[in-house]
Design a protein around this ligand. Structure first.
Ligand SMILES: Cc1ncc(C[n+]2csc(CCOP(=O)(O)OP(=O)(O)O)c2C)c(N)n1
Ligand SMILES: [Mg+2]
Length: 309
């Protein structure tokens, strides 16, 4: 486990992080409410508790950079795009969603952002795109987010092998929240997570950040190493989701959830922000989400119309 350096960031940067993290948290809480009200279809996986990872890693990227996510993708998408309106309408199956309401919660394609609900399946896709970007000498950064429970998928190791062998510049971010659905890690994963990419000679940092500043710093070092060496890099971030896996399927120990909640990176950051600014940020986020819900509710459901991007 790598010890994390303490860094100091400008107030404006911290406020920006708070704006993003609070928006994700409030968005996800509203999505879960909409689900229980019967306003959503299929399933949905909230990112509550893990916001610092998306914001800390993706704040280094611009729209030209490329992000691959997974079934738990809302937070990554919002950190990358800030597209509350498009995502909410998409999750609600409306035509005005950024995928015409046909991708739903898990299958998003918008600009340079892609997700797929098939665990592990995005990892070779992301790495193939990173290889293409290498050939084009575009210098675009490419990130792929993987859950710890996806590490049983063999395609991930085939991909690690080729990424290392062909020096493909990509950041693998393993969000280690210690569960795959309701299965605890100790029942399904042998050995150390970091040893897996390391077995393919992929430089790996495994850490347990308490704050978005720490994630931002460790991700900044990772991006700099990728840029400098033109090779893959793996970041393993210990983290925790405070919500159930999808809607109500939670069998975890309440004391364990509370212990992680007491180190909530969002609360920690809130205490660093001036109270008036904080309240303004929170009010704006709630307002924006409420408006996005009303707009989506008034919009037509996705139909048989062909989608053109
Ligand atoms: C190939 C495949 N197998 C099973 C599933 C069902 N499934 C969805 S999420 C999940 C657990 C994923 O755990 P992890 O990768 O740790 O991500 P987390 O949910 O913890 O963010 C499973 C088994 C799936 N989507 N795809
Ligand atoms: Mg997990």
């Amino acid at each position: 486990m790598t010890a994390l350096a303490t860094i100091e960031l400008a107030t404006t940067r911290l406020e920006q992080f708070y704006r993003q993290m609070f928006l994700i948290r409030a968005f996800e809480e509203r999505v879960l409410e909409l689900f229980s009200e019967g306003q959503l279809f299929g399933t949905t996986h909230a990112y509550i508790g893990q916001e610092a990872n998306a914001v800390g890693v993706l704040s280094h990227l611009g729209p030209e950079d490329i992000v691959f996510s997974n079934h738990r993708c809302h937070g990554h998408y919002l950190a990358y795009s800030d597209d509350v309106e498009g995502l909410l309408a998409e999750i609600m199956g409306r035509e005005i969603g950024m995928c015409g309401g046909k991708g739903g919660s898990q299958h998003i394609f918008a600009g340079n952002f892609y997700t797929n609900g098939v665990l592990g399946g995005i990892v070779p896709c992301a790495t193939g795109i990173a290889l293409a970007e290498k050939y084009k000498a575009s210098r675009a950064k490419v990130a792929v987010f993987i859950g710890d429970g996806s590490l049983g998928e063999g395609t991930i190791y085939e991909t690690f092998n080729l990424a290392a062998l062909w020096s493909i510049p990509i950041l693998f971010v393993i969000e280690n929240n210690f569960y795959a659905q309701s299965t605890p890690q100790r029942l399904q994963l042998s050995g150390q997570i970091a040893a897996r990419p390391q077995a393919f000679d992929i430089e790996t940092v495994h850490c347990r950040p308490d704050s978005v500043e720490e994630v931002y710093a460790v991700a900044g070092d990772a991006w700099a190493t990728i840029e400098e060496q033109g090779k893959p890099f793996c970041l393993v971030l210990d983290t925790y989701r405070f919500c159930p896996h999808s809607k109500g399927d939670d069998y975890r120990d309440v004391a364990e959830i509370e212990a992680w909640r007491s180190r909530d990176p969002l609360r920690r950051l809130a205490n660093q922000i001036d109270i008036d600014t904080r309240l303004r940020i929170e009010e704006q986020a709630h307002l924006r989400i409420a408006q996005a819900v009303s707009t989506a509710q008034a919009a037509a459901f996705a139909g048989a119309r062909a989608i053109s991007w």
